[in-house]
Design a protein around this ligand. Structure first.
Ligand SMILES: Nc1nc2c(ncn2[C@@H]2O[C@H](COP(=O)(O)OP(=O)(O)O)[C@@H](O)[C@H]2O)c(=O)[nH]1
Ligand SMILES: [Mg+2]
Length: 449
């Protein structure tokens, strides 16, 4: 956990040559730093939250860059402390100079997520909001960005809050029976079970929804399968828009699995390119084919390619037999070679050319429609790993409670398990102590956040 004394700085923008780079400073030295490094007719601290243009100078007073500075006096800032922002031109030299001036003036580099951590401790932001923010920053598609975190979408949050309420009720009821056997009615064990089961069910529903929502973050897995030379690696590259797999006129040179995650019309998909599906080659080749079959088995969808210029032949039959599952799509490649003649195969196939890109838009459309159809109908419930672990802990505790009331008829143990479930949901909602917060969520942030 970082110490909270002192003034910190961090770059808000992505490092590298760019149009603009911004550095944020937070803490008691922010005013002094601005005075020492920023020169302008107007003082940003007298015009808070307004971009003021002026010169960035080094410690010897030499002008380095013409920049914009913004001041956010405490408590009206992101962290609640005095904050300053310097928006410079996107030059490595400028940023290096600024960093060494900041060090010399007594500031230190922020730890990952330290700005947000300070914001939470100052009461500027709820911990769960910060966590969602972290997930948002990491989101790779718009779909994921819209769905992140338990406070990212209202329905996810209300699902968890309803669960918390149900667990609280259960616990209160059960403990009252145990603590006040005289005053509170004492129903039989069957009632205990009847009270527990709907809560356990909604935990399991949440878990299964979260699992089904996983492709929103991790991507649907799409395997590209087919006989050697059918154009799999070329299609893979075509989708990537850059060279990644080895494309060669010799069959069977792609030996390893290559994966790439792409944004397909807003739906994240991981494409896998694999070795040609051919049985008889010895050694390494066989290894690759087995791996290819294995990942095709675990994929969410398989694209089955054949060379449309050659038509469907025995090698395609064999590849299809080996696959042992229904492909999402048959694709006849090399349309630039057969054109209007058609691929000639006795099955419906999407015609594409990896060379000219013809048919590629249609393929993307089919894929994204399929992805959308396969998103959970009841809405996306996106939990990060930490949250899902808490949910699993709740399920385990309640399952043990069920065992306790069913076979052991042990109400004391059941009540203890309900307490455990409540501790887990408190942790899920981050209503636990502030102590572990930094490790739990902020340490995964970027420096300037
Ligand atoms: N004309 C044409 N050639 C293609 C097309 N797709 C692939 N090829 C060629 O077919 C050969 C095999 O392609 P490759 O992608 O390595 O097939 P893989 O073995 O299935 O991965 C290479 O020479 C490619 O250049 C296409 O759409 N049109
Ligand atoms: Mg290949």
């Amino acid at each position: 956990m970082p110490d909270l004394e002192g003034t910190i700085f961090g770059e808000m923008t992505y490092p590298g040559r760019s149009a603009l780079r911004a550095v944020r400073v937070s803490g008691p030295l922010s005013r002094k730093i601005t005075k020492k490094l920023f020169f302008s007719k107007s003082d940003p601290w007298k015009n808070p939250r307004t971009a003021v243009s002026g010169l960035l100078r080094n410690l010897e007073g030499k002008p380095v860059d013409s920049i914009l500075a913004l001041a956010f006096p405490s408590p009206n800032s992101y962290t609640g402390e005095d904050c300053a922002e310097f928006q410079c031109h996107g030059s490595e030299g400028v940023i290096r100079g600024l960093r060494s001036s900041l060090f010399a003036l007594g500031a230190r580099e922020a730890l990952p997520g330290e700005f947000s951590y300070r914001a939470v401790l100052a009461g500027k932001m709820a911990a769960e909001e910060a966590e969602s923010l972290g997930d948002l920053v990491r989101a790779e598609t718009e779909l994921e960005a819209c769905a992140v975190g338990i406070s990212g979408s209202g329905s996810s949050r209300s699902r968890i809050l309803a669960l918390k309420e149900a667990i609280l009720q259960l616990r209160a009821k059960w403990e009252a029976r145990i603590d006040f056997p005289e005053e509170v009615p004492q129903p039989g064990i069957k009632t205990w079970k009847k009270e527990l089961l709907p809560v356990l069910k909604s935990v399991r529903d949440a878990l299964s929804l979260s699992r089904r929502s996983r492709p929103v973050r991790e991507g649907f897995r799409v395997a590209i399968f087919g006989a050697p030379n059918s154009g799999k690696s070329s299609l893979f590259n075509c989708l990537l828009g850059r060279e990644r797999a080895i494309v060669t006129p010799h069959p069977g040179t792609t030996r390893d699995m290559i994966e790439e995650k792409l944004d397909i019309d807003g739906i994240p998909m991981v494409f896998m390119d694999m070795a040609g599906a051919r049985r008889k080659k010895p050694g390494i080749e066989k290894e690759g084919i087995l791996r290819a079959l294995e990942s095709a088995k675990r994929a969410d969808a398989v694209l089955f390619l054949f060379d449309g210029s050659r038509g469907w032949d025995a090698a395609d039959d064999e590849a299809l037999r080996m696959l042992d599952r229904k492909p999402l799509l048959f694709i006849a490649s090399k349309k630039d070679l057969y054109g209007k003649k058609g691929h000639g195969a006795a099955l419906k196939a999407l015609e594409i050319s990896n060379r000219t890109g013809e048919g590629m838009d249609g393929l993307i459309k089919r894929l994204s429609e399929w992805g959308k159809r396969n998103l959970p109908k009841k809405g996306i419930f996106l939990m990060n790993g930490r949250q899902e672990e808490c949910l699993l802990g709740i399920e385990a505790a309640l399952a043990e409670a069920e065992k306790a009331v069913t076979s052991g008829e042990n109400e004391l143990l059941a009540a203890e398990k309900a307490r455990e479930a409540q501790r887990e949901i408190d942790e899920l909602l981050l209503s636990a102590s502030g102590e572990e917060l930094y490790d739990l969520i902020f340490s995964g942030f970027c420096i300037g956040k």
